[in-house]
Design a binder for this molecule. Structure first.
Ligand code: FAD
Length: 317
């Protein structure tokens, strides 16, 4: 069976959910091999093996963490040249897409970003891609070199499957050119205890209809173990930081469930959430445009609806 390389997204060895999704998809294309950059592979190997990684290639060199993404792309391209995989899958995060782009140039291969589905096909890898802020669904396939595919988080439900998880150390030689931009400082994100917005399976968002009080939105999110999002109106009003903004000029999310509270459903907000699997809205105006998009809608005041929904979810736990 042909090998499929999966770039591992992790935080100090804690494997992120998008990586487990990539391993799930990789199994449709061939035999998954995880590519782990860093020194904390011991913390990661059990998870990687439990999602089907047969091999875990470890690239452990100080320059891979000291510099921006160029050394990672260089190391990965050396691995692609050596292994000739059937495909390379990366998460469609800022880092994953940049590595993918550089890797495509280095290996003279085609790149597909923001894929939401991946299947084996006669002539390689068939993908479904969400393009132009989610306004088009495109079927695409790579016609040159090694298919390099960046997959949006939450595109598939991760499924476990036992893999051997054999760790193999790979020596890396990074060129001076790849070391031309260095990280000089980094600050960890403030911990909220909630999942990352773009990775969360459930997102509960609030808009201008909250009148600046996000406490009911946050309580409902916490009852569901969800991330909190916001419309631009809420962000521009200073109620939530920009990191929470969903939409054209904010983040694109594609969770299993998106709950919009007091959000009218402007096209720029939809651009960031319309590929969510199930959409629910709470809005007191039954003619709000968001209701054209939803699977379930509640016409009512969010200040009355959300506490009841929170109680109900908490009761059923
Ligand atoms: P509103 O449109 O004011 O809607 C508030 C809604 O809350 C209304 O439907 C109202 O009926 C309802 N409501 C009020 N009180 C209650 C209550 N008590 N209970 C229940 N419902 C209630 N917007 C984004 O969100 N993300 C973006 O990334 C983004 N990028 C943009 C980029 C550009 C270039 C431009 C021009 C605009 C962008 N916008 C973006 C702004 C967008 O056009 C809208 O202005 C914005 O999404 C509106 O936010 P809102 O739905 O919270 O507010």
């Amino acid at each position: 069976m042909s090998e499929v390389l999966v770039y591992v997204d992790h935080v100090d060895g804690a494997v992120t959910k998008p990586t487990t999704e990539l391993l799930t998809l990789a199994r449709r294309l061939g035999e998954p091999s995880a590519v782990f950059v860093g020194s904390a592979v011991d913390a990661a190997k059990e998870t990687l093996a439990s999602f089907g990684a047969e091999k875990i290639y470890v690239l452990d060199d100080a320059s891979l963490s000291e510099y921006l993404v160029a050394p990672k792309a260089e190391a990965l391209s050396a691995l692609v040249a050596e292994k000739s995989p059937a495909a390379v899958l990366l998460p469609a995060t800022t880092e994953g897409k940049e590595i993918g782009g550089r890797l495509a140039i280095r290996t003279d291969s085609g790149l597909i970003t923001d894929a939401v589905d991946v299947e084996a096909s006669g002539d390689g890898v068939a993908t479904t891609q969400s393009a132009f802020a989610g306004n088009f669904t495109v079927s695409a396939t790579v016609t040159k070199g090694t298919p390099i595919v960046a997959v949006k988080p939450n595109s598939v439900a991760p499924e476990q499957a036992a893999g051997a998880g054999a760790v193999e150390s790979v020596s890396v030689e990074i060129s001076a050119g790849a070391k031309s931009a260095k990280i000089t400082d980094s600050k960890p994100r403030e911990k909220t205890g909630r999942p990352e917005l773009t990775e969360a399976a459930i997102v509960v968002s609030g808009g201008r209809g909250t009148s600046g009080d996000f406490s009911q939105v946050e309580a409902f999110a916490d009852s569901l173990g969800a991330a909190v999002g916001a419309s631009r109106a809420a962000v521009d009003s200073g109620w939530m930081p920009h990191a929470f903004q969903v939409g054209q000029t904010g983040k694109t999310v594609s969770p299993q469930l998106y709950v919009a509270n007091g959000i009218s459903g402007a096209i720029q907000h939809r651009a960031g959430m319309q590929t969510s699997k199930t959409i629910v809205a709470v809005n007191k105006d039954d003619e709000a445009p968001i209701f054209e998009l939803v699977d379930f809608g509640v016409v009512g005041d969010l200040k009355a609806v959300l506490p009841q929904a929170t109680d109900e979810v908490t009761k059923r736990k």
